[in-house]
Structure formats: C-alpha cells, structure tokens
Design a binder for this molecule. Structure first.
Ligand code: ZN
Length: 150
C-alpha cells in the first residue's frame, strides 16, 4: 500500500508541475469560475460542447498542488466524454474524496482518480480536490458563472 501511495503522490506532483489542458480557451461555449476561500484556490474552467459531448475543456488559475493536480486530471478525464459520463465521473470522484467508496475494486475502476483517495483522510483538503469538479459540473449544466466551496 505504501508503494501505491508513493505512486499516487508522484502522479499528483506531476500533474501539479505539468498540468494538462492548462490554457484559456478563446472560443469556449462557457466558462465558470471556481473559488475555494478556505485555501485560496481559484480557477476558471472553459468548456466547448458538441451536442452532448464535451469536445474540449481547459482551465486557468492558481492554487495548491492538490487543487491544480485535481483540475488537470479532471480535464484529461472529462475531455471527449458525454455529459452523462462526465456527471458519473463527478459522482465517483465526490464519493472517493468524501470517503464513501470502499474496497479496492471500486478504486481500480476509478483509474487516475484513485490518486486522490488519500484526500478523504484530510477533510480540509477535500474542498481543494473537489473544486475543479464542481466548477466543471456547473459548466456542464451552464448554470452559475461563479462557484465557491462555501
Ligand atoms: Zn487548496
């Protein structure tokens, strides 16, 4: 398990250092700002839809390593997915970081998301990890223009 944890930490560090899809999108259909006042994490998620499919997704902003790595993994996983698939990923990630998922089987299904399973042990970090996901969900629904974790 400790080897797995090291692997997870390395993945989070890598995504923090080299975030995927980290750019503004000029021709986005929608953009939503996400803010976590407890930590100071602040991101904008850009999205371009093609019917029911997330054709492109990107983000800009700044925050702690967990929030940035989470936004990076989120963008990589949601890109090319349908709205329903992206909402399912949100639910799975939410359960993972709030500690509602038990058992290795579930964790294996989650793939890269599993790297964030350790976050559930640190309640203050859950909001960092979930911020980009909440922001993405709001962009999917084209609801609010600003999301805060409070
Ligand atoms: Zn944070």
């Amino acid at each position: 398990m400790s080897e797995l944890k090291t692997l997870y930490q390395e993945m989070i560090l890598d995504h923090n250092k080299n975030p995927r899809n980290f750019r503004a999108m000029e021709d986005a259909d929608r953009s939503v700002e996400g803010y976590n006042p407890l930590c100071g994490d602040h991101y904008t998620v850009y999205m371009k839809m093609d019917g029911e499919m997330v054709k492109d997704i990107s983000f800009t902003g700044a925050g702690c390593a967990i929030s940035k790595a989470s936004a990076s993994v989120m963008s990589a996983m949601v890109k090319g997915k349908t709205r329903a698939q992206a909402e399912k990923l949100f639910e799975q990630f939410h359960q993972l970081v709030t500690g509602e998922v038990g058992g290795e089987n579930h964790i294996e299904e989650l793939g890269k998301l599993a790297a964030f399973s350790g976050v559930s042990e640190f309640p203050a970090r859950v909001k960092c990890a979930i911020l980009a996901w909440h922001t993405m969900k709001s962009a999917l629904e084209a609801k609010a223009e600003t999301v805060t974790t409070e």
